[in-house]
Ligand binder design. Structure first.
Ligand code: BEZ
Length: 250
């Protein structure tokens, strides 16, 4: 998969909800002071810093050098590194791994799961949240229809939005025991009247492949989705989350 270029300022300015929603995961993980924790896919470091504030010793990794640069500017005291979750090359023996809103960007799910399992010590625990089966179905459906109308080829849509059963099997094959799994709708507010267009600029590269005028495409997509995804004065992305917890047998 070609490396995606991320805009960390657009991420922090308009998409801070990614880390805010992930805050729940810290409660689920229940970090204890002194524990070694890997934040797998740390973005600009918000959750890594929150984990460190609990007294844990945290390593944050992200495949995007731009995101890590920004995370280092924001949190110079943290251990933050560029690393690809498919071929993670960091120390092992972590007490816990947390991963928020990242694993759906990695279609090579078994490789990522093996790396996360390999990073854990026996008895260590994983808390992960990603887009689940049915995630952004309305956005994807409308983008597909618009692409067809514009005579564009079908987009590859390289995201991975598994069911509970599919992802449980991936983690089990990687040697982990599933301790909990939830699939739930989380309509997610996108700030601003151009909220959907900004989301598309930030995250929509798989839907915009070969689109000659991405801004015009975003406008037409927004017009089309407004009756469905704009209400109560805001845009709402039709997110569906898969949250899963697992442990490495001791
Ligand atoms: C998500 O967090 O579910 C997501 C974000 C961007 C693109 C696709 C899905």
């Amino acid at each position: 998969m070609a490396a995606q270029r991320w805009d960390p300022h657009l991420y922090d300015d308009r998409h801070a909800y990614v880390a805010h929603h992930g805050g729940d995961l810290i409660g689920e993980l229940d970090p204890r002071p002194g524990e070694r924790i890997l934040d797998a896919g740390c973005g600009t470091g918000e959750l890594t810093a929150a984990l460190a504030d609990t007294g844990a010793k945290v390593l944050g990794v992200d495949s995007s050098p731009q995101m890590i640069d920004r995370a280092r500017q924001r949190f110079p005291h943290l251990d933050l590194r560029v690393a690809d979750l498919r071929e993670l090359d960091v120390e092992t023996g972590f007490d816990a791994v947390l991963s928020n809103a990242v694993l759906h960007w990695i279609p090579e799910a078994p490789a990522a799961a093996a790396a996360l399992a390999g990073a854990l010590r026996p008895g260590g625990r994983l808390v992960a949240e990603l887009g689940g089966s049915g995630n952004i179905a309305a956005i994807r459906g409308a983008a597909r229809a618009l692409r067809t109308e514009l005579g564009l080829p079908a987009a590859a849509e390289t995201w991975y939005f598994p069911t509970i059963e599919e992802y449980s099997a991936v983690l089990t094959d990687a040697g982990l025991e599933i301790t909990g799994a939830w699939l739930f709708d989380r309509p997610t507010r996108l700030e601003g009247d151009d909220g959907l267009a900004a989301w598309l600029r930030m995250f929509g590269a798989p839907l915009l492949a070969e689109v000659p005028d991405p801004d015009a495409f975003a406008t037409r997509l927004s017009d089309r989705l407004r009756p469905l995804l704009h209400h109560s004065g805001s845009w709402w992305a039709d997110y569906r989350r898969l949250r899963i917890t697992a442990a490495k047998p001791g």
